[in-house]
Ligand binder design. Sequence first.
Ligand SMILES: [Zn+2]
Ligand SMILES: [Zn+2]
Length: 296
Amino acid sequence: MNFSELIMNNEITVRLSFFFGIFAVMAIWEVVAPCRALTVSKIVRWTNNLGIVFLNSVVLRLLFPAAAVGVAAFAAEHGWGIFNYIQLPYLIAMLLSVIILDFIIYLQHVLVHAVPALWRLHRVHHADLDFDATTGARFHTLEIILSMLIKFATIIVLGPPVVAVVIFEILLNATAMFNHSNVRLPLTLDRILRRFVVTPDMHRVHHSVEDDEANSNFGFNLPWWDRLFGTYRTQPRGGHEGMIIGIHKYRNPKQVSWLPGMLALPFTGRITDYAINRRQWNADDRKKYDESKNDA
Ligand SMILES: [Zn+2]
Ligand SMILES: [Zn+2]
């Protein structure tokens, strides 16, 4: 049995150990040095946010038993994907794969904010009234399935080493819990860390109810994409304790904090002007439009 097979056979154990290990560290950290007071009790938050995580894991397991690692192994066996064509040194291929996969996640995150139908799904992540380690894993089941399909497509085209996919999955899981955690790092430490990894203060800006703040800091692992593509914002204008977390039109705990409400959330409400680049269309615009039609 080679290294890849060993990792593949124990993938679930490895990933679960990392998940619970990092979750425990972040949960203790949040108790010892919290950044903000929670608006919904921790017991309600945890039961429901972890409830959706559990549901998603079961659905993914049923739909895609081989998971992303299985697709990477399949691509390697059949010689599919760029890295199975061009032979790069193993470490370079690993590093590039992790960086490219992270870039795709960044693009996907911009996409789910820009396309109204996808924003409906992604709303579930943003509707959380608080911001803690469990927010990092709280996504609608349909968005999780979509993410998985995008990941499969990326792996088929890229042909990354199997181990790179395992590392990436663990990394994404770990950093998502870290950068959503309700902790506050000293400003200098935050500034240094931000050069390499998305910090809680950096990602908290993305969970603001203010539209322009929510449409910034899309990165999950590497903070470079936001700087490179002009979507970076240093701090929330209301300050980390004063800013409001969530979506302004969805603030009923029944709908945003309890599992049934969360699952139904994408299918409620009319399409709003929340998504990126949605143009305002008010009464004045209507008048101008009618007048221009009459002129023509
Ligand atoms: Zn988002
Ligand atoms: Zn987030």
